[in-house]
Design a protein around this ligand. Structure first.
Ligand code: SF4
Length: 266
């Protein structure tokens, strides 16, 4: 097994500014699993110290029946620093659409990533998995997607199903579901699995889960649908910055009207 560098070592190597990293650590979702109030600089420093000392978690990212929108959401966040920081914080050892390798080189990259981080890597699943007719509707290197998933998940520390497709089938499973598409959870047993649904999902929730695993070796508490409680314990409606207008009965009736310009409930 290769020595894995710490997150701080990776940040230093990439010349990441300290203040950018602190801003990243002070993000609500990143900080959520640490349970520290973000009212003081000290808490953010404590979170930064814990994240910096952790080994970069190895991530093997599998693509199945997807539109790659879940990957896109990580790469096009509203905070421009996040996409840069992401690749210093996690070790993305296999990702078919981002890696330069293809063909036999890509297959070897997957085998290497699994072997070097056996039992420790996080397997991320994007997209649903076709099961009908022995899974023949999607093959990778000649193997059905079902088989690849079972193989990679077997030696993973945990599986994260990112997006609605990977969580419970999503768009590819809509009627009449010609490929028998299902989410990862329907195929994997005896393996911790975290669902982060959404189309696309929230990238900060994903990062928070991976960082909790990297720093504490634990996974977040989950609800009945295996979603992280810290992110799914309330409705989007409860977080909405326009919520006060909803409560007061102030609604935009059409685009460009007075209510819309004033930021009322949509
Ligand atoms: Fe695309 Fe949405 Fe499926 Fe993600 S969940 S792969 S964004 S369709």
């Amino acid at each position: 097994m290769r020595r894995r560098e710490s997150i701080q070592e990776a940040l230093d190597r990439s010349l990441v500014e300290r203040r950018d990293f602190l801003r990243f650590c002070g993000g609500l979702m990143v900080a959520a699993p640490f349970g520290l109030p973000l009212t003081s600089g000290k808490s953010v420093e404590a979170i930064a110290a814990a994240i910096g000392a952790a080994k970069r978690p190895s991530v093997i990212w599998l693509h199945f029946q997807d539109c790659t929108g879940c990957s896109e959401t990580l790469l096009r966040t509203s905070q421009p620093d996040l996409e840069k920081l992401l690749f210093d914080v996690i070790s993305l050892d296999y990702h078919e659409t981002l890696m330069a390798a293809s063909g036999h080189q890509a297959e070897q990259a997957l085998r290497d990533a699994m072997q070097h981080n056996r039992g420790e890597y996080v397997c991320v699943v994007e997209g649903s998995i076709p099961t009908k007719d022995r899974g023949q509707y999607m093959k990778l290197a000649g193997r059905p997607a079902m088989e690849v998933l079972a193989d990679v998940a077997e030696n993973a520390a945990a599986v994260i199903a990112i997006g609605s497709c990977a969580s419970w089938g999503g768009v590819p499973s809509s009627g009449p579901n010609p490929t028998g598409a299902v989410g990862a959870d329907a195929l994997l047993s005896n393996k911790p699995i975290i669902n982060i649904p959404g189309c696309p999902p929230n990238p900060y929730t994903f990062l928070a889960v991976v960082l909790q695993y990297a720093t504490a070796g634990t996974l977040p508490a989950l609800d009945a649908l295996k979603r992280p409680l810290f992110a799914f314990d309330r409705l989007i409606h409860d977080h909405c910055p326009r919520r006060a207008h909803f409560d007061a009965g102030r609604f935009a009736r059409q685009f460009g009207d007075d209510g819309h310009r004033k930021g009322w409930c949509l």
